[in-house]
Design a binder for this molecule. Structure first.
Ligand code: SAM
Length: 290
C-alpha cells in the first residue's frame, strides 16, 4: 500500500505554536522532508523527534520530488515541513503536492502558523475578500505585469517582503495603488512583534530615518467602491451622452442595457437619458448645422 504525504505547519517564531498533532506526526512518519535540514534539526531536537531528515528545497524541488514520490509509492509515509510556517506558501511544496495528486498519493495537511493569515487577521482591514501575492517577482518585466494587474484590485492584498527590500516594494506599491491604508506586521508571534496600521506615505516617511529590521508582511487595503466610482465618473465626464452610449453598445450591451448603465453612471433616471437622446444634437460649429 502506498504511503501518505503530510504537510505539516511549524511555528513562524514561537515554538509554543507547534501543535500536538504536528509533533506526533513528525515522530511517526518514516522521513521528514525539510527546506533546510540544519534549521529543522533545532526544531525536531526541541520536541524530541528522532525521525530522519532529508532536504527538499527550491533548487532540488523537481528531482527530489521524484525521489520522494518513489518512496511514497513504496509505502513510506513522509512529512513535509519548511523553515517556518505552512509548506507550499511562498515555500517549496507545490510541486511535490501536484505530483502526488497526479500519482494518486493521499496528501493531508496539519494546519498551523502561516504569516499571511496571521497578518491579515491582525490588519484591521477587510478580511471578507483578500488575495495573497506573496513576494513580488524579482524579474523586472514580471514584476511590472503583476503591479499592473493589481492596480484595480478591490480585495485586501497580502505581500511578503525581506527587510532590505521593504522600502523599495512599499514605494512601488504606492506608485501603482496611490495612497492607501496599509498594515505592516513585523516579527509575528515573536517577542518584538509589531503591528503598524498606517498608510504608504506615513510608512515611507518613517523608513527614511528608521531602517526596517526583521520579517515583514505588508497588508494593503483594496481599492474602495468610492474610489472606483470616482474613477469611472472621470472616464465619462468628457463624453457626450451619445458617446457614452456608444461606449457601452460597442462593448456588446444592447440599447436598453446601455441606457440603464449610462443613467446609473450619471446618477440620473433612464427617462432623462431617453429624452437627451431624442434631442437634436447641437453642432459644434453653428454654421455646420445650416
Ligand atoms: N511558509 C511561510 C508561511 O507560512 O507564512 C512563509 C515563508 S516565506 C519564505 C518567508 C516570508 O514570510 C518572510 O519574508 C516574511 O515576509 C513572512 N514571514 C515569515 N515569518 C514571519 C514572521 N514571524 N513575521 C512576519 N513575517 C513573517
Amino acid at each position: 500500500m502506498a504511503g501518505m504525504l503530510y504537510l505539516v505547519a511549524t511555528p513562524i517564531g514561537n515554538l509554543g505554536d507547534m501543535t500536538q498533532r504536528a509533533i506526533e506526526t513528525l515522530r511517526e512518519v518514516d522521513i521528514i522532508a525539510a527546506e533546510d535540514t540544519r534549521n529543522s534539526l533545532k526544531l525536531i531536537n526541541h520536541f524530541d523527534i528522532h525521525t530522519e531528515l532529508t532536504s527538499y528545497h527550491e533548487f532540488n524541488k523537481y528531482e527530489k520530488a521524484e525521489e520522494l514520490l518513489a518512496m511514497l509509492e513504496e509505502g513510506k509515509n513522509i512529512a513535509l515541513i519548511t523553515d517556518a510556517g505552512t509548506p507550499a506558501i511562498s515555500d517549496p511544496g507545490e510541486v511535490l503536492v501536484k505530483m502526488c495528486a497526479n500519482a494518486g498519493i493521499t496528501v493531508t495537511s496539519l494546519p498551523g502558523p502561516c504569516a499571511c493569515i496571521a497578518a491579515l487577521i491582525l490588519s484591521g482591514l477587510s478580511t471578507r475578500r483578500f488575495c495573497f501575492e506573496g513576494f513580488l517577482p524579482t524579474d523586472k518585466k514580471e514584476r511590472k505585469e503583476i503591479l499592473t494587474e493589481i492596480a484595480g484590485e478591490k480585495r485586501t492584498m497580502i505581500f511578503y517582503e525581506a527587510p532590505h527590500h521593504l522600502v523599495r516594494t512599499l514605494g512601488e506599491l504606492y506608485k501603482v495603488l496611490g495612497e492607501r491604508n496599509i498594515t505592516l506586521c513585523r516579527e509575528l508571534t515573536k517577542k518584538f512583534e509589531e503591528i503598524e496600521r498606517t498608510t504608504f506615505e506615513a510608512a515611507l516617511d518613517y523608513f527614511e530615518t528608521n531602517e526596517p529590521r526583521g520579517e515583514y508582511v505588508i497588508v494593503v487595503e483594496g481599492k474602495s467602491r468610492e474610489q472606483l466610482l470616482r474613477e469611472k465618473a472621470e472616464e465619462w465626464r468628457d463624453l457626450s451622452i451619445k458617446d457614452h452610449m456608444n461606449k457601452y453598445e460597442s462593448a456588446g450591451y444592447d440599447h436598453m442595457e446601455a441606457i440603464k448603465k449610462v443613467a446609473r453612471d450619471r446618477g440620473v433616471g433612464k427617462r432623462d437619458i431617453y429624452r437627451k437622446l431624442l434631442e437634436p444634437e447641437v453642432p459644434m460649429n453653428p454654421k455646420e448645422g445650416k
